[in-house]
Design a protein around this ligand. Sequence first.
Ligand code: GAP
Length: 453
Amino acid sequence: MPTDAVTMDKIVSLCKRRGFVFPSSEIYGGLGSSYDYGHYGVLLKNNVKNQWWKAMLQERDDVVALDSAIIQHPRTWEASGHLAGFTDPLVDCRTCKLRFRADKLEDAQCGRKPSKHPGETPDCDLTEARDFNLMFETTVGPVKEEGSTVYLRPETAQGIFLNFKNYMQFARKKPPFGIAQIGKSFRNEITTGNFIFRTREFEQMEMEFFVPPDEAQSWHQHWLAERISWWTSLGLRPDHLRLRPHTADELSHYSSATSDVEYLFPIGWSELEGIANRGNFDLTQHATFSGQKLEYVDTATGERYVPHVIEPAAGVDRALLAFLVDAYDEDEIEGEQRTVLRLHPILAPVKVAVLPLVRKDGQPELATEVYRELRDHVQAEYDEGGAIGRRYRRQDEIGTPWAVTIDHQSLQDRTVTLRDRDSLAQVRVPIGELVDVIRGRLGELWRSPKLDG
Ligand code: GAP
């Protein structure tokens, strides 16, 4: 188990206090396992997604983008196997009226006696287990009774398979190539909890990589290495990350091999991303159900085959939680306790804070000028309220890597102090060089200071 200061409670409390994540619908008493992202949560989430797009699109020539609909033709879910097989076994307790996953009773608490598991007290009266489909249902059409039943997608992946033919025809793609998508997915999860780790509405970053069948295994290895390297390049400590191959009885119905990227959360090792070899399951199923040919044909040689698919599938919310947990730290400065998020600067919601030392003597005016210059280049924040120490603490808690302080000397020689969140080093920099200095620092290789602590 982790030895550092972080706990899930501390993360939840920091997220609420500093406006990263709020429990949803709070004024109505909240809705279990539903969360809203506040200002810094949105900025952090966007940075995570931008880094994923960068790795998938900008740094490669063989992946293209898609943004497909959330509500798709209902046959999609017959073909994909979700309608029949995307289920959890459930039991109800007739005494406490709570519902539990039959295969996770040892993780659940009895409604009447939380120190016991369901079924362990003489009062527990559990029903037989029955399958419960995790897809959210709704109807399309103005009259509910006459409309057709549709589903909110439980994964973004199927939208990619439905568009395979479009990409073959219009993007003139030839395997190996991938289609990447980020978007919301919905699952009526029974066992939620652990903050944003498992929720009913969440965001996925998925890429389906179509390959010639005999290359599937080597591409699977390629993507395992690529994805681990992406997580570590953004600062996650390597000793808190591992790849865990699924055992045969864990594999999804479509997969011939899956490895999970797992992170050592405060709740223990848990899945961040699944990297599956889906074989030709999905394209073959959609070809059968739609009557369309979903294959690659080489017009020069006449060769034809149904590509196999390698799928790296990560959760945005879980990524955010892992980055927050990995970054969370506590230390002491001049006898005062400090909470600090040691986020990779590229992920930090705000890159630089501009702080006049005092709210007089022309300092706010010069600080505003500096702030306006910086915000054209990076996400910056201006703060003139309260003691300077408290303003530093606030920026430390939201993970801002650098703070620029305008003081008396700044008005005389147009230099400012640049404070580093992690080392606390302060250097004097001419205002005219600030943008270049910050850009330079943002481009540097970064390593978590927690690795050295
Ligand atoms: N297309 C394959 C697929 O959806 P998955 O392992 O079920 O595979 C991929 O989901 C990722 O989506 C997971 O590794 C996790 O990060 C995220 N995810 C899945 N269910 C989630 C939930 N209920 N809440 C938050 N994230 C979830």
